[in-house]
Write a protein of this length. Structure first.
Ligand code: MRU
Length: 352
């Protein structure tokens, strides 16, 4: 595995600082849930599965610090850790899914001494992390089979190793296809305003020498019309019960363009990204982020003072525009409510 997005070692969670890549390779160390929540909120770590794993480790950090305390004190510490982590970002359901898994372990044995419970919570966080890598590998194999022997694949945002515990979802499919001997090249949308495509996807692909061409977001239609794109693959932050997919802002635009040009639009996401409690995309909370992400980048400002700004971080692609959703369990072709329900019901880890 080329990129280790996070490392949990000796009571510290080390995260690659994704805000400064690719100009610098630095790590941020989190020693408790508050620091982990800050890292998630400020995008040190981002990407739906990655923030789920980070949140689980963040909770484990506070469990370790409170180990040895009487259970009521330990339980109060954990309650506060859950609250602070759950408030870090709203859209990616993996965060809440991971926290609920941790809560399941925590509440299952109310009389277990706190030091033993802390060990169990660290073990669970590690399992969430390990299972994410395994899910991405399985998803990669299912998705790679959908791609032709030679293909140029357009992707939006970063759904790579950096956005997960490793291998990636959308980029995992691309990596697996390359490993299987397919001749795959990538077009990376830069992904304004946070530039996950230009900074992170381009960096991951360059590291691995997978041919990648960077475009600004407004070039995607032209590339499709000129025949340069054979397929689109993106990740997801939350998938509703009817198959609607919330992903990085701009994904909907890409899906509409792909439909116009009869290019298959695929979504690769683990089962932990499904939210069957959301009936459709309208029920998915869309994070609104700070205006300064749009008015400039880092220290440079290009928009006039006083301008009104909108910065929704995600949008929803209706299920009807999606050729298939790829999970670790297989492929949901032309997803709809019934197929999503059947797919999730058949999952060994029924997450709902
Ligand atoms: O705001 P971000 O960078 O956390 O948004 C990330 C995305 O939208 C990804 O495409 C999504 O989480 C899938 S990651 C495997």
């Amino acid at each position: 595995m080329s990129v280790a997005t996070m490392r949990f070692e000796d009571g510290v969670l080390h995260l690659i600082d994704q805000r400064v890549l690719p100009l610098a390779f630095e790590t941020v160390s989190c020693r408790n849930a508050v620091e982990t929540a800050d890292a998630i909120r400020s995008m040190v770590v981002r990407g739906a599965p990655a923030i789920g794993c980070a949140a689980a480790f963040g909770l484990a950090l506070d469990a370790q610090s409170a180990a040895g305390q009487m259970r009521p004190i330990f339980d109060t510490t954990l309650d506060q850790a859950f609250a602070v982590l759950a408030a870090s970002r709203p859209t990616a359901v993996n965060l809440f899914w991971a926290l609920e898994r941790m809560r399941g372990v925590w509440t299952s044995q109310s009389t277990l001494p706190s030091d033993e419970m802390a060990v169990a919570l660290v073990r669970e966080a590690q399992a969430i992390y390990d299972e994410d890598i395994a899910a991405n590998r399985a998803m990669g194999a299912h998705g790679a089979a959908l791609l032709p022997q030679e293909a140029c694949v357009l992707t939006h945002c970063n759904a790579g190793a950096l956005a997960t515990a490793g291998h990636g979802t959308a980029l995992g499919v691309i990596r697996s296809a390359v490993e299987a001997g397919k001749n795959i090249s990538v077009i990376a949308d830069e992904t304004r305003p946070f530039l996950q495509g230009a900074r992170l996807t381009a960096w991951e692909m360059v590291q691995e020498q997978i041919p990648v061409t960077l475009i600004s977001d407004n070039m995607a239609g032209h590339m499709m019309k000129s025949g340069a794109v054979d397929a689109v693959i993106v990740g997801a932050d939350r998938i509703a019960a009817n198959g609607d997919v919330a992903n990085k802002i701009g994904t909907y635009m890409v899906a509409v363009l792909a439909a116009r040009h009869q290019i298959p639009f695929y979504v690769a996401a683990p089962l932990s990204t499904f939210d069957l409690n959301a009936a459709d995309g309208d029920a998915i909370p869309i994070e609104e982020r700070a205006a300064d992400e749009v008015t400039g980048f880092r220290d440079v400002r290009w928009a006039p003072e006083g301008v009104r700004v909108a910065n929704p971080a995600f949008d929803v692609t209706p299920a009807e525009l999606i050729a298939a959703i790829i999970t670790e369990q297989g492929v949901i072709a032309r997803p709809d409510r019934n197929k999503v329900a059947a797919h999730c019901r058949a999952a060994p880890m029924n997450n709902q």
